[in-house]
Ligand binder design. Sequence first.
Ligand code: AMP
Length: 189
Amino acid sequence: MSKKSFNEFALSNDITKALSFLNFEHPTPVQKKVIPIALEKKDLIVKSQTGSGKTAAFGIPICEMIEWEENKPQALILTPTRELAAQVKEDLGLIGKFKRIKVAAIFGKQSFVKQKIELSQKNHIVVGTPGRVLDHIQKGTLGVGKLQFLVIDEADEMLSMGFIDQVEAIIEKLPQERVTSLFSAPFPE
Ligand code: AMP
């Protein structure tokens, strides 16, 4: 009885199919806790480590709740590093594979113009590092009017890398009515 399946979350066919494609049979402990609350559109603070399945813990509910028809980004995931942004983009792309969810990754040291073109197309989810995300919001190349979900991944790293001001500046630009989830390593401070 201890190992529950993903069926209990009553996910749509497209997401269920993707999870079996990925060979995700049972939710990890963090997913068991987070997914039902996230599906109720409640704010969350989650202590979790890399390897715990945290990306899918926020990725599954977001992919489930995305409205495919909407062309403007509905979810923004902030990560402290370019590598993590690329990884999260890949993971969310796999979870959203059968729903045909479009994910863009935007980070520094990459052509702004290329990203601008990507952002002008249909995107459901945008993943990025704070500096470049703020830059695109300020220049009007990343529209945030339809944003409903904000995830701050590795929040402890964000703090220690000095991104707090940029994260705050981003939050100020987002619609007030949104769901915010914060993921952080399970250490004090
Ligand atoms: P993360 O903590 O998000 O870095 O995920 C760690 C690894 O676990 C990734 O390679 C995921 O693909 C994998 N993973 C996440 N959730 C599950 C699951 N429910 N069953 C099996 N593998 C999983």
